[in-house]
Design a protein around this ligand. Structure first.
Ligand code: 6PG
Length: 473
């Protein structure tokens, strides 16, 4: 009898079922279309574990030994709620439902409460790595009912990606903690991708490089601190040719970016928490602007292309670009982990930032060589900002000058680099001891009598002379 069941045999469900079976687990399968489950049973017939196709929810539940763990891989929202509703009356107290989709963490909190009220356990689990990861080892970020984690941990850790033998799969906190972490993973993914797209634009439009040469630059970055899955696949897609026209594949792809929403959610939550997330925001806005094809076309007709001076000194410039990307990446990761820290405090999750970095070291889309050092930095001191950890402050300091040069030259050449600019601005603002917020405070007090703190009287809130001319005369 199976202890694990999987509902939803789409691309991800299929691959994850095969992965579990490869690890020797017996898995019951349920989908509205039983043919899909049967196809997986056939595809996995040579694997160590057993896959069982079930015709309906009753057979599915009856064929599993309690305590049952039901992994659900259906689209978030109404389809997921429908699955939970149909399974709830059939399951026994202590059984577990786990949502492996990209659900909003607030929705996960609601589902945890509803399931617990019905005597069931609920886990919200972010899984990253796409279909390839689901089959060969994804990164898994779980949150929700803690008691149920021990019940499902072993099969999930078996199926997860491994970094030097350690599974990239953990439980991080109650309620929506797991899905919040996955959401933020995607926010960082957006920033990483936007930086790569900006670097591509600098090379394509600033130096007029062809796709093959740009792909070679990305491939070369794999030898340094930028070594990451996204840079690796950037080299791959840049080198690829269109089988129909034989042109570079990238030249045949419409420049209109899609988005399912997790990047936008990350920015919205960061704003709610008061945590800077300007690089993710730049990435979301760049996608939004790219989506307005008609508006951009009309703008080009009305104003013409922005005047460009082009870029010079390519050899030196390419070195600076790699260096700028390193600085910007440290800023993006610093912002991402600070959002997680704020969320942990606000929602009382006690998130372990080092452990989060550890599960991102393999399997997920943002995996990169830097993540092992990031986990070490938080192991050393979890209260310290990432960019202030010695290894990262040194790397940021060494590369921040190039970030400034690349941004300045890009502005001069009319090349759009909003994420790189956001990184530079964040780094500069974060090291400004005397900012201009005193003017904001003065204006707030002048028109709204909101009061301010004096530099020579800590803690005391006072009004300015514009409210009490005698006192300040
Ligand atoms: C992952 C990916 C995955 C998915 C994104 C794409 O970690 O495996 O992030 O979750 O590819 O949802 O998001 P957009 O469609 O918003 O780019």
């Amino acid at each position: 009898m199976a202890h694990v069941g999987l509902v939803g045999i789409g691309v991800m469900g299929r691959e994850f079922a095969l992965n579990l079976a490869e690890q020797g687990h017996t898995v019951s399968l349920l989908d509205r279309n039983i043919e899909k489950s049967r196809e997986v049973v056939t595809a996995g017939s040579a694997l160590d574990g057993e896959l069982i196709a079930c015709a309906d929810a009753e057979t599915f539940v009856a064929g599993m030994a309690a305590p049952r763990s039901v992994l659900v891989l259906v689209p978030s929202g109404a389809p997921l709620d429908a699955v939970i509703e149909s399974l709830t009356p059939l399951l026994d107290p202590g059984d577990l439902i786990a949502d492996l989709g990209n659900s909003h963490f607030k929705e996960t909190e609601r589902r945890v409460r509803a399931c617990e009220a019905a005597g069931l356990q609920f886990l919200g689990m972010g899984i990253s790595g796409g279909a390839e990861g689901a089959r060969n080892g994804p990164s898994i970020m779980a949150g929700g009912s803690k008691d149920s984690w021990a019940q499902v941990k072993d099969p999930l850790q078996d199926a997860a990606a491994k970094f030097e033998g350690t599974p990239c799969c953990d439980w991080f906190g109650p309620g929506g903690a797991g899905h919040f972490i996955k959401m933020l993973h995607n926010g960082i993914e957006y920033a990483d991708m936007q930086m790569i797209a900006e670097a591509y634009g600098i090379m394509r439009d600033g130096w007029g490089m062809d796709a093959a040469a740009i792909g070679d630059v990305f491939a070369g970055w794999m030898d340094g601190p930028l070594n990451s899955y996204l840079v690796e696949v950037a080299a791959e897609v840049t080198h690829a040719s269109d089988p129909v026209t034989q042109k570079p594949m990238l030249d045949m792809i419409l420049d209109r970016a899609g988005q399912k929403g997790t990047g936008r959610w990350s920015v919205i939550e960061a704003l709610h928490l008061g945590a800077p997330a300007s690089m993710m925001q730049a990435a979301v806005e760049a996608r939004n602007i790219s989506a307005d094809l008609d508006g951009r076309r009309d703008g080009a007709m009305l104003f013409g292309a922005a005047p460009t001076g082009g870029l010079e000194e390519r050899e030196e410039g390419l070195k600076q670009l790699e260096s700028a990307m390193i600085a910007a990446k440290i800023c993006a990761y610093t912002q991402g982990f600070e959002v997680l820290r704020r969320a942990s405090d606000a929602f009382d999750w006690s998130l372990d930032l080092a452990a989060i970095a550890r599960v991102w070291r393999a399997g997920c889309i943002i995996r990169s060589v830097l993540l092992d050092d990031i986990s070490d930095a938080f192991d050393e001191d979890a209260t310290r900002k990432l960019s202030h950890a010695p290894k990262f402050s040194a790397l940021l300091d060494e590369n921040a000058g190039s970030l400034k040069t690349v941004v300045m030259q890009s502005v001069g050449a009319a090349l759009e680099t909003p994420a790189l600019y956001a990184a530079l601005s964040y780094h500069n603002a974060s090291r400004t001891q005397h900012s201009t917020a005193n003017m904001i405070q003065a204006l707030r007090d002048r028109f709204g009598a909101h009061r301010f703190e004096r530099v020579d009287a800590h803690g005391e809130q006072v009004n300015g002379p514009w409210h009490d001319p005698e006192r300040y005369a």
